[in-house]
Write a protein of this length. Sequence first.
Length: 685
Amino acid sequence: MPFLSAFTIAILLLVPTPTPLAQNAEMDIDWLNNGTIQSLIGTIFDQIHHIDIVIGEQFSVTRLGDRIDGLIHRREGPLFGKSVRIYGGEVLRSDDYQEGCSGDRSILSAVIVNPAESGDLDALGVIDRDYAEESSFIGWDGSYESFAKIWDQNHRNGYIVFANRDSFDSMMKCLLDPRGTYLVVLGSGEEFPMDEMRGMLNSLWMHNGLYRLFFLNSDQIYTFDPFAIDGRRYGTLVSLRGPDDIPRIPASDFKGYPLRVDIFRSTYSEPVLNASGAIIDFEGADMEVSRVFTEVMNFTADYLPPDKDNFGVQLPNGSFNGVIGRLSRHESDVAYVGFFIKDYFSRDIEFTNGIYTDELCCVVKKASRVPEYLLPITIFPADLWILLFMMGIACSIAWMVLRAGIQAKGTSRIRWVQKRRFAYLFNLSNEIRDAPLYRKLIQICIDTYVLLLSAPYQRFTRSGIERLMLFGIMMVSLIFVSMFQSSLSSVYLNPVYYKDIDSLQGLDEAGIKIPVKYKGYMDDVFPANYSPTMDSLRNKMVLESGKESMLAKVARVGTISTVTRKTTFSLDNAVYITTKQLFMIPECPRSYNLAYVVPRHSVFLEKINIVLSWMLNGGLIDHWINVMNFNVSIKDWDKIRNAEAANFKILTLIDMQFPFYLLVIGLIMSTVVFFGELVYFKYLK
């Protein structure tokens, strides 16, 4: 069509359902000359810059050509200055063509007119390069998915559809998008009773979320206003007489419109039960957000019964259960439960603004307590004990070198005189004075460790140089002994535990399984092909079902780990922290932003985001989360107090049993040595 060459136009064939009415009906085109209709069309598509014109009957292409040309090119025309694509004509169906929807989508066909003469397919401006195989299916009878990849390019823009009721019912109900604006021009002679039109528009609103759908029947345009009150019900059929009659989404007052809300037990939504155990309400940050939104926008919250499948997963047939399934089927309007912002493999849901963040962390059983008889050893870490031992050896060597230097400067040439002088200078006993060299060196090592331990030392040297060095050793000894003695009581008062698994690498080296209850964790927690550690941990994950909480199972079994949200662990399972049953590994493999979820292209999304922004900027959501943390502390106060009372300890003689053990061991050893020396010197020597 040369008259459309100046616009972005793609002439495609759209297959309507062929009926006798579709083949014989004539399109009433008087409205093209009606100034009021033209003004309304201009207002309807005022903020829309891309229009798709769909002509359902083959003869309409030639019959409406001049009129559409004027509609587009005339300066006073409602579509002047907008880019236009035209779908027109009819194509023969294949033998296996099926009418209606495949699953929940309609089956359509779109082929290029005479592909051999069309030249470069890209010149048509309709091939979506995200789909590499689109050029192969566009030439034959296909399903909704094949055509929708072209149709969906314009989902935020406008459509003018020339059709009859039968073709509209069969092919359009599965292609309507809530963000699109549609003007359906019915053929002449079409009888569409107002009650039936209202019922159909109400059904499209309730089940598809469609808001801007207009019907042009003869010389009158009708649409549906779901927020207007008609008697005792919401939703009324509106006959447009001027631009002011076009329904618009209320700015802030929805006049009590019932908003279907999904909420279930989650991190920030806790159910309130009655005496029989039935859920009567919810409390928590998510519930407060829901209440504020409904009050600010004047909605009436219709809280749906919680779905037993909670978030929902994809079923083998491709559909979804749980809240995702409800939103996909438009059975609810919004889910005030925090969802991880990620791909759920459903194109029928959409996220609101992010509201808070959370992490997925691994939880293991808390390491066992150190026995009391080993507590004094735990005062210093192992490397510090090794350092003290090595320092004793170094000081002993320094003392040996110093003493050898003093002896080398001896002035007396008489050996026994010099020997007696050095024995007096170094305050040596008669046994050590006459002992061989190795025995003297061993005695220096023993004396060094005696000084480092601040033990009683009787034979202090008379050499000034040695005294200066030994003074330094005693100062170091004073520091370490003071630290040891001051820390001795704290290790008895505060429980000491063995080292926990504090890293993902340590968890991998432990070789334990990681069972989880949610299938989504299997793919989300440990990224694939990220590192050998992540791949190994990913292979250790197993999906398990059962009523027992995974955290309770980890605390009971001890040889497994699991994955949980960081906030969930601190809120719902704080008792495991206070009672030292579980330990959360600080290195969390995943961090997510969370948001609420609405059906795809929901008309409520913008309003929800506006109110959420107000609450986030005002700090209300953080405040409600802090209130939940405080309430959890109050609710579990008895458990927390008992746990803290168990940790509070008064020292008794029983707790000081370690020194008595050392005393008993020393007395036994001294007794054995005493009798050994007695026997040796009295009977054997």
